[in-house]
Write a protein that binds this ligand. Structure first.
Ligand code: SF4
Length: 337
């Protein structure tokens, strides 16, 4: 068992809160450790392991699951501070041990464009690496800034796929942004919220600065095509995701009112999973998904029916954004408890 998976700290915390029955959530990458971890925790508590995938700190299992336990232990993510979790949740953050000093990183892409002031961002596991990148950039004559987080993020510079507040706090100052992450999920979202160029350093590959501009422009074109298909919709299903950190019922109700004021029909449906068939069986002309915005922006190909985020609905039917694409960031959610 790695130090990270050493359960003793968690056991002490659970004892101090008097927990007896707990739900354990492990991301797929850590599931191979579940036998050791379960065995240790079971010496002191009744443990339920969630076998399902989960999406992050917005997802502490179904309502039924987490209401039946005294505490949840979630590995690999960090809390969303402004979510009312209802039951105590122990988040065991995973921080990728950073031995990198970035000295081999080719800075030509940002030098060629004359960028001098750089905002630094990271997905949570690369928090240590972000500090090292900042040092490296400063040594090479750049100005750097780690942007301020809002209440949905725990740390300055951190991003979630639904919240890029550190970009907004740096955007007027920075010439461009660099994000440390794995794959393009976080960097795509970052580029969708800013006109400044975003460069990804994919920590799972040899380091290089990869511009996200072209891919994000392509994504926006696809989103506009999806929105155009919804223009004549008469019947809407507005989905409220019941995950504790995605629950936006008030937003759904506001959109339903807008739709009714347009003389069209809308219903609100609850879901804990975004399964296209579940929504399409209701035969809507358009689905508006108010939970994770990435369901619409990244997974829309799975849907035959046009699927929009709340902001996309407001863009095409209410003229919001004056022609500029608005990514549906989550700032806060309603309390589900
Ligand atoms: S709402 Fe989506 S992007 Fe935000 S934390 Fe949850 S899974 Fe990630």
């Amino acid at each position: 068992m790695t130090n990270y998976m050493d359960p003793q700290k968690v056991i002490e915390k659970l004892k101090s809160m008097g927990a007896k029955r707990i739900l354990l959530q492990l991301p797929d990458g850590l599931k191979p450790h579940v036998f050791d971890y379960f065995t240790e925790l079971s010496k002191n508590f009744q443990v339920i392991v969630s076998s399902e995938g989960f999406f992050g700190a917005c997802d502490t299992g179904t309502m039924d699951e987490y209401r039946s336990v005294d505490a949840v232990v979630q590995m690999g993510h960090t809390e969303i501070p402004n979510v009312n979790y209802g039951v105590p949740v122990i988040f065991e953050e995973y921080v990728h041990p950073s031995n990198e000093d970035f000295k081999d990183l080719d800075l030509t892409p940002i030098r060629e464009k004359g960028y001098k002031k750089i905002g630094i961002l990271y997905s949570i596991q690369y928090r240590e690496g972000a500090g090292k990148l900042e040092t490296f950039l400063k040594e090479n004559g750049f100005e750097t800034g780690i942007g301020q987080n809002d209440g949905r993020l725990k740390y300055p510079g951190q991003v979630l796929g639904c919240n890029y507040s550190p970009i907004h706090s740096n955007d007027s100052w920075a010439d461009c942004h660099i994000i440390l992450s794995t794959g393009t999920f976080h960097s795509m979202g970052a580029q969708l919220v800013t006109d400044k160029e975003v460069f990804l350093i994919d920590m799972s590959e040899p380091f290089r600065l990869h511009s996200m501009k072209a891919e994000a422009e392509k994504r926006v074109r696809l989103r506009y095509a999806n929105m155009a298909r919804a223009l004549d919709a008469k019947k809407f299903v507005i989905v409220v995701d019941t995950k504790v950190g995605q629950f936006r019922l008030k937003l759904a109700e506001k959109i339903r009112k807008e739709i009714e004021d347009m003389g069209r029909v809308a219903i609100i449906a609850y879901a804990n999973e975004s399964n296209p068939i579940d929504f399409q069986n209701m035969r809507p002309d358009c689905i508006i998904f108010t939970g994770c915005p990435r369901v619409a922006t990244d997974d829309f190909m799975r849907y035959e029916t046009p699927i929009l985020t709340a902001q996309e609905f407001l863009m095409i039917f209410k003229g919001k954004g004056n022609g500029k694409y608005i990514f549906d960031e989550i700032v806060n959610v309603d309390s589900i408890n």
